[in-house]
Write a protein that binds this ligand. Sequence first.
Ligand code: ATP
Ligand code: MG
Length: 657
Amino acid sequence: HAAPRIDYKAELNEQQYAAVTTPPGQTLVIAGAGSGKTRTLTYRVAWLLDNGVLPEQILLLTFTNKAAREMLERVTALVPVDTQRLWGGTFHSIGNKLLRWNAERLGYRKGFSIMDREDQKDLMETVVSSSGIDTAGFRFPKAEVLGDIYSMADNTCTPLKEILLTRYPYFEKITDQIIHIRKLYQDKKVETNCMDFDDLLTQSVRLLKENEDLLERYRSQFEFVLVDEYQDTNGLQSQFVEMLTGEDGNLMVVGDDAQSIYSWRGADVTNVLNFHEHWPRARVHKIEVNYRSVPEVLELANVSIGNNKAQIRKNLQPSREPKGQLPALVPLDNGSAQASFIAQRILELQDEGVELNEIAVLYRAHFHSMEIQMEMTSRGIPFQITSGLRFFEQAHVKDVAAFMKFAVNRRDEISFMRMVKLIPGIGGASATKVWNDWLKTEASQAEVMTGKFSDLLIPMSVPKKARETWDQFAYTLDELIVDGKTATPPEMIRSIYDGVYEEYMKSKFKNAEQRQQDLEQLSNYSVRFTDPLEFLSQLSLLSGVDTDNKPDQQDREAVTLSTAHQAKGLEWHSVFAVWMADGMFPHARAIEESDAGLEEERRLFYVTVTRAKDELYLTYPLINHQARDGDILMKPSRFITELPMELMEKWNVRSGW
Ligand code: ATP
Ligand code: MG
């Protein structure tokens, strides 16, 4: 093996170096924000490869797929190996990869579809309404709520009954029905060959549990398992990690208990705190230097998190020189003054030489960004937004994807329905009839994709006025399959667009042009895939958990607008934490609730402020004009007022802005 090209000692501090070069076994790295946990993990991968470990022997689990990509890019720059062969990504994307190879073992067919939240809701509604359960008599939970309940049970590995008892006592009288619906929903997913997001993980775990040979195979393949952001893993994820690592396997996890912010989604910080219970021989490493932030920012963060009782005390020291500028506390008249201040300050920063990519506006809830989005648009400041409706969740993108999904998965009822309902003259009821007709045809049963859709007689149930468009649809679907094989993703998108979608879009949407550009972008993005299944999985994975935005604009010069949750792990030169008012951040619900709720909000505040490298602005409006019950006077966030004022500098910009 060639001599190592990396001077590990020069690029890492002593504590990081010790973790990077630790002998095989189980290792927990626990350290505060910006201390180089992710960097340590990245160098660990490089170090392993440098020492002869093969890329395919490494499994790297990250919070977003983008994070994995960036880490691997860095590794590639360090070590000349093909990191393409390394399995890196979110739990869901790794689960997807396992299931793509093995779903038949679970009663699924090849080419299952992945449903997003909206698809899931649609399918759940179908299940509930055909279950025969009389939902009229009592308040039956909506499909989304059912989805949340099932998800909580899955992700925390808790029996559904117990979840209902402890978290949803309100539904006590209908516990049996809720349990029954879950069974029906699960069957329906197998029948339609669809998985929802949670399935990517639950089914993966089930796959490994039920198939000793597969467990053995993957366990021996993944010689080294590494996990970032371990404090936000849930019970199911830690089980997945444990299974793939094996009793005596090599595992390195890094995390920070002060940044655990997903307990509302079932994440369990005891995975970090009680790491020893499962791994009694684990070594623990700490890193006590922060490399990211200037001391002024770090001090504010440290003092703030010190107010949490349930926190491991850390002694996080700054490595950077003082900036000579304290974090700014900026009260503004109202929301629009706040937006205008931020835009103004961003333009100034740009003049000072700060790139837009190095600036972020972070908020507690997506709707806090509305005025800021408008202000940025009107001033021509480019921004990318990593929350709210994502690119891949927009109706027109999903419509096109539905054609593709159905072409490869002929059981995909949800995609079929979505597609057929685009035909003028076909509504919900007739769509269901058409679907039932379709199920009776031979082509619907075909495992291999032969037989033309257009050869099918027009189903009796297609209303007369819809028949012409129906034909157009059938011919379009034909084009997606050539000689029993699927066309490439860009070819498919072209066919769908030319065949039916352009016409539909122009008749339906006012902003058809914008949407057309989106689809062009989708097509450009799809060029890198030859297999539509791979492309479709990628779309689903991106829209579900990732922070990725429009595929082609990821590296564009733009300010980032993001929720605090989505900003985890990232860093910027300047950070604006906005709507820092009580009831906004912390969230009103958390204030009313328990101490635990408030402590989680404070951790979220800690995550927010520790994203800043050089400059931190805490802004809040004095009046909220957008409140439902008229104007409301705002108080600064208790996370600010509980801090000594010497940690901040109050900016008085209220007149003249
Ligand atoms: P978070 O808790 O927010 O996820 P982290 O602990 O993962 O943070 P990193 O993102 O790995 O921290 O590192 C923070 C910043 O400090 C990065 O810009 C990283 O490159 C830099 N950094 C970390 N360690 C060192 C080091 N030894 N020398 C120079 N820079 C470092
Ligand atoms: Mg990190």
